[in-house]
Write a protein that binds this ligand. Structure first.
Ligand code: SF4
Length: 152
């Protein structure tokens, strides 16, 4: 689909399932949802599109659809393409950290506890385990949560 076709298409009409019938946007507003460039007019269109999205009853569905289908243009689900890309990166980072945390808890807990017992800084522990400080923090939080559950 080229930009001309895309601009002529109602955003919700791109969206495939039943929930699109409850979309807050209409065909007449297509220009708002696919602003071109970074001009004042484009920024104003983006702002108006976001306002419509803010009151849309299917915003969550729309955003998830846009993320899953890598829609890389236009305002969808209340976010611009740049904002959706940033959200996608955050989610991937979070998923990676959660997986790394689970790996340590499952496979390297003894080693982790030994490093903690030696009084190493978080960065040193992360380096020893070949991970990052955030993951080390996540492991500590998980262990604290387990202790709280055990103590209750
Ligand atoms: S969230 Fe925005 S783009 Fe998506 S259906 Fe609703 S109004 Fe349209």
């Amino acid at each position: 689909m080229n930009a001309t076709t895309r601009r002529a298409t109602k955003p919700a009409a791109l969206l495939g399932d039943d929930w699109r019938t409850r979309a807050g946007c209409t065909r007449n507003e297509a220009e708002l949802f696919f602003p071109i460039g970074g001009s004042k007019t484009a920024r104003s269109q983006t702002k108006k599109a976001k306002q419509i999205c803010a009151g849309c009853p299917v915003r969550t569905e729309c955003l998830e659809w846009a993320l899953e289908n890598r829609q890389d243009e236009g305002v969808l689900g209340g976010l611009t393409e740049d904002e959706r890309r940033a959200l996608h990166r955050r989610r991937r980072r979070f998923a990676f950290q959660r997986k790394a945390c689970q790996h340590i808890l499952t496979n390297r807990l003894e080693e982790f506890l030994e490093l903690r017992a030696r009084g190493l800084e978080l960065l040193e522990i992360a380096t020893e385990l070949g991970t990052n400080v955030q993951t080390v923090n996540n492991v500590i939080e998980q262990l604290d949560a387990r202790q709280e559950v055990d103590a209750a």
